[in-house]
Design a protein around this ligand. Structure first.
Ligand SMILES: NC(=O)c1ccc[n+]([C@@H]2O[C@H](COP(=O)([O-])OP(=O)(O)OC[C@H]3O[C@@H](n4cnc5c(N)ncnc54)[C@H](O)[C@@H]3O)[C@@H](O)[C@H]2O)c1
Length: 347
């Protein structure tokens, strides 16, 4: 097992171990005195993994309940959050009990927000089952739901008490979801770690499972470093947004249908690198992204994408910040006036 210790206001460990969901009860009992554990999951992940998680929790003396909601981003809303609260009341969860988020980023985000707010805050554990959730959303303490006004607009910072990453769960993940997580891993390599990038580019979507624990470890370690310096997202954490400014715009232009988040990020990273960096680097990144069956661009014209960047919630007054990696492993934040950004992007 590999462990990463995260030193945020409330420190916690991330455990990376194949087969660890079958031992989760043991690990969870070492960080909590809870009697009850409410497992929150979606209908796909619940069907695959809740039995193993519940059996392990019960064998360690927990009184276990399960709340399941329909999978997908459409469930990350106030209605499902309120159903979770009602379930926690029915199950008799008290302040000293725990929630267990079993699933991808949707389950992690909404369960984290429930844990941040129910009874003014209770402990929660993340058991991320997508690659994206393992390398990104389960670590760092951002929780949220979507409202009609936009994605992730209602949320809280709430660190989990433990994160358990079992890469065996990734074997049931659809290839497109694995690719989404790889887009974030490629991003970590590009912004901070040339060895990680080299490792990723020497595999592809068909065989990356062989080294996935190393990729998860290195990715989380970079997120750890960034989050420890900027837990509440006041500046440095923005570096994690490489590819995201255009990525969000691409997702929006495609109405959040044809382009998943990971596809948007992959295309966004390639388009920024094409525009601002040496052709050899742009080509290297494109080759890597293509090996994970991710897109390197979009049919959306730049002049139609940029208005989406202007409404990005990371924009400040009349300026916009974006990330450029001029070499693998080195990123810098650039901040320019909005009209200058349009000019730089060729519009
Ligand atoms: N909190 C953060 O810091 C942060 C960071 C990045 C993304 N996010 C959020 O994460 C969400 C996206 O997360 P996601 O990509 O994990 O999506 P997701 O949770 O919707 O999971 C994707 C799909 O995969 C299924 N699935 C999950 N694990 C599986 C497994 N092991 N086997 C088979 N199917 C499985 C799910 O049921 C779902 O249908 C978004 O809401 C995004 O806003 C949060």
């Amino acid at each position: 097992m590999k462990t990463i210790h995260i030193r945020t206001s409330k420190p916690y460990d991330v455990l990376i171990e194949r087969g660890s969901i079958a031992k989760c009860g043991e690990y969870i009992s070492s960080v909590t005195k809870s009697q009850k554990a409410a497992v929150i999951t979606d209908d796909i992940v619940g069907g695959l993994y809740s039995e193993a998680v519940c059996a392990s929790l019960r064998s360690c003396g927990f009184d276990v309940g399960v709340f399941t909601f329909p999978n997908g981003e459409a469930s990350k809303n106030l209605d499902i959050l309120s159903k979770i609260y009602n379930y926690l009341c029915e199950f008799g969860i008290t302040r000293s009990d725990s929630l267990i988020a079993l699933g991808g980023g949707v389950v992690g985000d909404i369960t984290g927000l429930a844990a941040a707010t129910f009874l003014r805050g209770i402990d929660f554990v993340q058991i991320p089952t997508t690659l994206l959730a393992q390398v990104d959303s389960s670590v760092g303490g951002k929780t949220a739901v979507d409202i009609p006004g936009g994605k992730n607009l209602v949320g809280a910072f709430k660190q989990p008490v433990l994160v358990i990453c079992d890469s065996n769960t990734l074997s049931t993940l659809p290839e497109a979801e694995l690719a989404c997580g790889m887009a974030e891993a490629i991003k970590y390599g590009m912004i901070r770690d040339k060895e990680l990038f080299k490792l990723i580019e020497s595999y592809d979507i068909s065989n990356v499972d062989e080294v996935i624990d190393d990729i998860v470890y290195a990715s989380i370690d970079i997120k750890r470093d960034v989050v420890e310096h900027d837990e509440f997202d006041r500046g440095e954490r923005f570096i994690l947004n490489f590819g995201h400014t255009l990525g969000h715009a691409i997702e929006g232009w495609h109405n959040y249908t044809d382009y998943t988040h990971g596809m948007g990020v992959a295309a966004g990273m390639c388009m920024m690198t094409d525009r601002f960096c040496a052709p050899e680097l742009a080509e290297r990144l494109r080759r890597c992204v293509t090996a994970y069956k991710l897109p390197t661009g979009t049919e959306a014209p730049m002049e139609e994408l940029l208005p989406y960047c202007s409404v990005d919630k990371k924009r400040e007054l009349d300026s916009i910040s974006f990330i450029v990696c001029e070499e693998v492993g080195k990123a810098e934040i650039r901040r320019v006036k909005l009209d200058e950004f349009y000019r730089l992007m060729g519009v």
